[in-house]
Design a protein around this ligand. Structure first.
Ligand SMILES: Cc1cc2nc3c(=O)[nH]c(=O)nc-3n(C[C@H](O)[C@H](O)[C@H](O)COP(=O)(O)OP(=O)(O)OC[C@H]3O[C@@H](n4cnc5c(N)ncnc54)[C@H](O)[C@@H]3O)c2cc1C
Length: 484
């Protein structure tokens, strides 16, 4: 029996038959994440329900020398959960218990498959919430958020996942279970919790998370302002921050992104405006009211053509639904798309956007923009049609946009991670010594290179022959063989 056959028997004994997927058709459910242009079918998928089962599954894979990839909800946009063909996927979605809400210490202890939004829902009766809010929050898991150090619209004021995770139980790549961090923010010794956050599943599997909860603000005020140009919306963002105001969120959408979002959810954005800016302020009532007036004035000074102020919670929610639906809604105006995730210094936003526009025109590819403007975190949506043979051109443009952000003094990723997508661009941002140091850290946890190999750091194999979009085999095209 092959190593994989032996491992499968061992895992079935451990998890029961319904905890192991080996049927070729069912395995295809796991062949990609949100970066659907890249697909690899894994050999096995296991669905543990406890930390012990995760540890035993990892230990068994480690003994067999078989690579393993953790998966939460598979909403990642950089191919972080892309399987390894000869490896297993460890799906953590069955581990979705909220183990404890501690309102006095403002903490929650949750399993890794709990969705981001479920934490806030569970904390709501205590007037508390979990601050990082990816637009995918209804489905993405806290385990995936930790692995990606995920952000969201409100991270401008409140910080990213790393600022809200106190401790976690992890399974190391040899199957050892341990805790990193502690119940209070200050822990002696090196911050190994920080090493795992943002490591994209390459150093450990997260099996429990202790998150910080925040008190809901006394007041929240939201406006949606239209602008005659994206540059004017961008200048407004710079002026708001320049005035010493730190809004909870500042988001920009361009006309294409608005068109897609309106087609999907009809939140009432103006269809023919070149740019819309959402600004949300929160805090004590008086402070919030004062600063809100100041923001309105700054919008007017920058030539806003229309300001809509959310009259109540329902309207506020509607404005956010429009913004948060934008990525997924792009499917309405384009059959395929890449979501890019670069960061530029805020002062270079206008320059970045106009260069991206020019690059898109030169490539004959439409680019929609929706972004966390306050952070300088761009999300150009590169729209293409696989059927029309545009995949290669769109992929090239997407890569060039990410590398442009580095050239402008920014970063390859603001929150979606490097994954498979941008591993080969890492040398544009880091020196060989930097990359070797990162590799040493990773190898300290995973000397055998079994834990999500080929992600985050460039490897000659990965950069030479990237796992690409599925292309039919000539025999399949000739009707001799079928794809299961
Ligand atoms: C419509 C849409 C909107 C989005 N908006 C945002 C946004 O606003 N902000 C943002 O930051 N992201 C956003 N994302 C990206 C994505 O939702 C996040 O990266 C999210 O954290 C992924 O969570 P997941 O559970 O789906 O993880 P997956 O996609 O399953 O996995 C992501 C990575 O985490 C690793 N991983 C998963 N679970 C674990 C675990 N328990 N232990 C160790 N490693 C693990 C995987 O190996 C992989 O490398 C969006 C995605 C979509 C589709």
């Amino acid at each position: 029996m092959s190593d994989l056959g032996k491992l499968r028997r061992e895992l079935e004994d451990l998890l029961g038959a319904d905890g192991v997927i080996s049927d070729p058709v069912q395995l295809r459910t796991y062949e990609c994440d949100g970066l659907a242009g890249y697909r690899v079918t894994p050999s096995l998928v296991v669905l543990p329900t406890t930390s012990e089962q995760v540890a035993e599954s990892v230990a068994a894979a480690h003994r067999a020398g078989v690579p393993f990839v953790a998966r939460g909800a598979g909403t990642g946009l950089s191919g972080g959960a892309l399987p390894v063909a000869e490896g297993i996927v460890i799906g953590l979605q069955r581990m979705r218990a909220i183990l404890e809400i501690d309102p006095v210490n403002r903490r929650a202890v949750v399993e890794p498959g709990v969705t981001n939004l479920a934490i806030s829902k569970a904390a709501a009766p205590y007037d508390l919430y979990y601050a990082p809010d990816p637009s995918s929050q209804q489905v993405c898991t806290i385990g995936g958020n930790v692995a990606e150090n995920s952000g969201g619209a409100h991270c401008l004021k409140y910080g990213f996942t790393t600022n809200h995770v106190l401790a976690m139980e992890v399974v190391l790549p040899d199957g050892t279970r341990t805790w990193l961090g502690g119940p209070s923010p200050e822990v002696a010794g090196p911050d190994l919790r920080g090493v795992v956050i943002g490591s994209e599943g390459t150093v450990a599997l997260v099996t429990k998370v202790v998150v910080r909860l925040l008190r809901k603000p006394e007041s929240v005020r939201t406006l949606l302002a239209d602008f005659p140009s994206i540059e004017q919306a961008g200048d407004t963002v710079t002026d708001v921050i320049g005035a010493g105001i730190v809004p909870a969120a500042m988001e920009i959408m361009d006309q294409l992104a608005i068109e897609a979002s309106e087609a999907a959810v009809g939140a009432g954005y103006t269809l023919d405006t070149p740019a819309a800016l959402v600004v949300e302020l929160d805090g004590p009532n008086e402070e919030c009211a004062l600063l809100f007036d100041a923001v309105r004035e700054i919008c007017q000074r920058n030539g806003t053509t229309k300001i809509r102020v959310a009259a109540d919670d329902a309207e506020r929610l509607m404005i956010w639904t429009g913004r948060k639906a934008a990525f997924a809604a792009v499917g309405r105006i384009s059959p395929d798309y890449f979501v890019q995730d670069g960061v530029v210094p805020r002062t270079r936003l206008a320059e970045a956007l106009s260069r991206i526009g020019a690059m898109g025109r030169a490539a004959g590819i439409r680019v929609a923009n929706v972004f966390h403007a306050g952070d300088g975190n761009l999300h150009p949506l590169v729209l293409y049609s696989e059927e029309a043979g545009e995949h290669g051109r769109a992929e090239k443009l997407s890569k060039e946009i990410a590398e442009l952000c580095v050239e402008l003094g920014g970063s390859l990723s603001g929150e979606h991670g490097i994954g498979t997508d941008k591993a080969c661009s890492m040398p544009t941002m880091f020196t060989e010594d930097d990359l070797a140091t990162m590799d040493k850290v990773r190898r300290a946890f995973d000397p055998e290179n079994l834990c999500n190999p080929g992600k985050l750091l460039p490897t000659p194999r990965l950069c030479g022959e990237r796992p690409g979009k599925y292309r039919p085999h000539p025999l399949e095209q000739a009707g001799v063989i079928d794809r299961l």
